[in-house]
Unconditional design. Sequence first.
Length: 159
Amino acid sequence: MSLEKVKNYLETVGLGGRVHELSQTTATVEDAASAIGCRPEHIAKTMSFLLDEEPILIVTAGDAKIDNRKYKSCFHKKAKMIPWELVEQYTGHAPGGVCPFAVNPNMKVYLDISLKRFQTVYPAGGSGNSAVELSIEELDSCSNSSGWVDVCSNWIAEG
């Protein structure tokens, strides 16, 4: 089970107590924000793409949208999402629970700069009713991030 893999992985990095199993669904940004009690932009949504037929994950703020021009500028390819029915095969997590932890081997994870405006964010925890409370530094570290990217638009900087 994906949720158990995430819990076990986060336990190994000292963050096992951060996984919250909720009675409500967290499968969408709006559902997750409602279940957790935070603003939607604090949800760290994990999106799955194929880059030269290799799967990658990009974690963005809940209010951010992939900007095709920025994506192509960064990765030199057009954005191509993994088809819904293949997401679990490629990532190790089913749609609604995709997160940047305990993913299939050699999967690259990128973090979008839209997340940097927050101290705390909530990515999924491997199931459609879970969330993980993390600081940006913890997310960067425990996701084994391949780096920060600027591939989103439609988000508003705070401050």
